[in-house]
Design a protein. Sequence first.
Length: 410
Amino acid sequence: MNVWQSARIAVRALRVNKLRSALTMLGIIIGVGAVIVTVGVGAGAQARVAEQIESLGSNLIILMSGSVTSSGVRLGQGTQLTISEDDAAAIAREVPAVQVAAPSVRGTAQVVYGNLNWATTIQGVTADYVEARDWPLVTGRPIGPEDVEGATKIALLGQTTVLNLFGDADPLGQIIRIQKVPFTVIGMLHRKGQSSRGWDQDDVILIPLSTAKKKVLGASQASPRAVNTISIKIRPGADMAEAEAQTRTLLRQRHRLQPHQDDDFSLRNLTEVLQTQERASQVMTYLLAAIASVSLVVGGIGIMNIMLVSVTERTREIGLRMAVGARGRDILLQFLVEAVTLSLLGGVVGIALGLAGSRAITYFVDWRTVVAPEAIALAFAFAAAVGIFFGFYPARKAARLDPIEALGYE
């Protein structure tokens, strides 16, 4: 007897007890569906983290002002600007792994265009900022070194700002007012999306650093060249940890900090932080998939249970088949095919349920899910493996029945 004949007999036997067969498949259906949904949710989380890493800029280290101590009181981080444009120049010059170091200042202001206005983030940046942040332009030109040197009144707009001030109109060449100062829009930035902290990176206007200090945000009275942050882009293939260590050593030397003194600045490797989040979400995906796989094992036990009942109910049939020449391996193959058929049918329905569940989560919960073909194939293969594993014992028991005793079974 070949596999095709065994499959036909198996399907005919399953049709006799449709409700029992459906209930037997239920564990496999739930298990496969749960595996696909959980893997899809986890993959969606990983994809979201990957997008955040890409939006921040690759190989990026952010240098911020740290805490300082005044009269024995330790003030909070950023309460005093302790880094400067000169620090950025020194980092770019003396740390070999650094591609660019872009200082910037940050503040908020009301922006007016015609009869519309919008409160947004204003960042004063240098010409290297868009390169450091991997932030291309949709249209227009970037801020150049001559704009920073001449403190020109030009601006690059993020897409959220464009939407709120211009709608669908082209902002290029238009005049906007920031703190009553007129600025010409020279370009529109590519969409970045939300940051890892949840704020909209596209709700921003970039202007030359010198212009921001002189005409919009103001400069620190104590240190006119002080800045809020320095975005440090590391060359591709360079060691991020080594570059961070070299930057810290250089800054401690420049700020004349003694060995017992804490850093008066803060270095954050954002890519490393987000990659840690990605690994955490990956571990969570594996954990959820392992939990969901328990349903498959339970479904497999259900298959074994029903197949054992089926062997008992069909003992006389087995005896008759053996009496007319069926060999033990034919009986083994028949019952094994029945078990695998139950698993595969349950797997197909479970895949459909899992895909529907993933779409429902995306639609109702607004959580991105990514169902890869590999996940579907793996769940289907696992369902088949469950059928073979848990169906083998009942099939083996049926194949080892004594024909004479089987014929006389009541």
